[in-house]
Each structure stands twice: as structure tokens, then as C-alpha cells.
Design a protein around this ligand. Structure first.
Ligand code: PRE
Length: 272
């Protein structure tokens, strides 16, 4: 009996860790838990990318003339998206393509993902802004200068970071939908007036944002330590795999503001 109880408890803990599709009766608590889980993916993706130096040739379009003016990173991302689209990645409304114009029809295993989004709002995207922010602002902050020739592995690691950031930021659509359903009258007034400032004010919870920033800073410290068998204390001299301050800044300057932009854009189309 005791062992059955134990295994039941273990299963439910594992279920909490697993990423299940959003339920139809979405709650703000459920969406926020999903955002917390995605913090792990983002921090770990940055740590993986930081294993390689900056690797400038991966971003230089002149080095791959046969790719029609595209850098290795862009050509790799486009090719990876084509392959992943073919096997159904973008059937999941959580996944948003960076290059949607060139994608083939899916021929993967069919699955009925719950339709949570309002149809007119579903196509809202911030992927251009995410792409530009990642390469122009973020990447130089968490990679060291240098060239170790691992351009394709670098491009693959970049794409994992971009996809994790994109998924998190576009989760703003779930947040917006659930907030709209919870207080339709408040939101309808601002939507009808096309009042972006009022919408921004309605959907902002500063105390939650502060908690998110403190938590990602802590996660970058915990996940970014070098684990050894010796006892040691962590202090200002501790070297982290990615600077925790950069992860906090990523959320403060880009992830949270872009999530809020997605929420506003989603809501503006919510009554169409
Ligand atoms: O949790 C929410 O209510 C969200 O809208 C998400 C989020 C975030 O990006 O983390 C964005 C806006 C809020 O001010 C708080 C947090």
C-alpha cells in the first residue's frame, strides 16, 4: 500500500513538471505556471549557447554566397523551420515561425491542439523584434569574443534560444485571452476606444514582474554554477556560465515588454 501511495505521489509530481497543452478552461494561475516553467528552458538555452564564443562568421552573409545573401545562422534557421514545419511543429499554436512564408504543409502525426485563441488575434507575432533583439542586443552580452569554428552548432544553439524566447513571449496571447475572459467589460471599453495605454495599464502587475525578474536571476545563479564534489560557498567571486544580471536584464528590457506588446496587440483584435 505504502509503495502505491509513493508511486502515485511521484507520478503527480512528474505531471506538474511536464508541459501539457493549455486546458480549454484556462486560468491565469495555469498560464503563469507555464511561464515559470519556460524560464528554465530560456536560462538553460542561454547556458548552452554560451559554451561557444561569439563566432562572428556565423552571422556574416558574405561568407555564404550560395545562400543568396543569407548568413549561416539565417540559412540554418530557415532550413530547420522547413523541416520542423513538415513534421508539424507549427500545428501547435504555441509555436510561431520566424520565416512563415516559406513553410511546407505539415505531414506529421495529427493532433487536435485546443483552440484557445480568438481567431482574429491568433496571428499576432513579435518574431521580427525577437530576432533583431537577440542578435543585435542580447548575444554580445552573454558570449565571449572569439571563433572556434563551431558555426553550425552555434546556429543550432541560437535557434533553440530564439524558439524558447519566442514561445515565452507569444504566451502573452494566452495571458491576454485569460485576462479578457476574467474581466470582459473592463477590456472591451479599452479595446473599443483602441486605447493602448489603458490596455497596458489593465494588464500590468508590477509586483508579478518584480518576482519574475528576481526568480530568473536566481535560476541563472543556480543553473549556471559549476557543480563539484567539494563543499564551497557561492559569493561575488563565483563564476556563472551566463551572467545572472544579463538574464535579469533580458527579462526586464525585452522579454516582459515584448510579452506585454503581444498582449496589447492580441486584445486590440479580440473583438474583430
Ligand atoms: O503574469 C501576467 O499577468 C503577465 O501578463 C505576464 C507578465 C510577464 O511578462 O511576466 C507581463 C505583464 C505583467 O505585468 C506581469 C507579468
Amino acid at each position: 500500500m505504502a509503495s502505491t501511495e509513493h508511486s502515485t505521489a511521484a507520478t503527480s509530481e512528474m505531471d506538474e513538471e511536464k508541459e501539457a497543452p493549455p486546458p480549454q478552461d484556462l486560468t491565469l494561475g495555469w498560464v503563469r505556471d507555464a511561464l515559470i516553467r519556460q524560464e528554465d528552458s530560456i536560462v538553460l538555452a542561454l547556458i548552452e549557447r554560451a559554451r561557444f564564443p561569439y563566432n562572428a562568421p556565423a552571422y556574416d552573409p558574405s561568407l555564404l554566397p550560395q545562400q543568396g545573401g543569407r548568413s549561416l545562422v539565417e540559412a540554418f534557421a530557415r532550413g530547420a523551420e522547413v523541416l520542423q514545419a513538415k513534421f508539424g511543429r507549427y500545428q501547435n499554436p504555441e509555436e510561431v515561425s520566424f520565416f512563415p512564408d516559406d513553410l511546407p504543409a505539415p505531414s506529421g502525426i495529427p493532433y487536435n491542439f485546443p483552440e484557445v485563441f480568438h481567431p482574429a488575434s491568433a496571428s499576432v507575432t513579435a518574431n521580427n523584434a525577437i530576432w533583431n533583439m537577440y542578435f543585435n542586443d542580447l548575444l554580445p552580452l552573454f558570449t565571449v569574443e572569439g571563433d572556434d569554428g563551431n558555426y553550425t552548432s552555434t546556429a543550432a544553439a541560437d535557434l533553440v534560444c530564439l524558439q524558447a524566447l519566442s514561445r515565452r513571449i507569444h504566451y502573452g496571447k494566452y495571458v491576454a485571452e485569460v485576462k479578457f475572459r476574467d474581466a470582459p467589460q473592463d477590456y472591451m471599453t479599452a479595446i473599443c476606444a483602441k486605447d493602448r495605454d489603458a490596455l497596458m495599464k489593465l494588464l500590468t502587475f508590477e509586483a508579478v514582474e518584480e518576482m519574475v525578474k528576481r526568480r530568473v536571476l536566481k535560476k541563472a545563479m543556480v543553473f549556471g554554477q559549476t557543480v563539484t564534489l567539494e563543499d564551497k560557498t557561492f559569493d561575488d567571486e563565483t563564476k556563472y556560465k551566463v551572467d545572472p544580471a544579463v538574464v535579469a536584464r533580458l527579462y526586464d528590457e525585452w522579454v516582459i515588454p515584448l510579452t506585454k506588446d503581444i498582449e496589447v496587440e492580441y486584445l486590440l483584435r479580440r473583438l474583430d
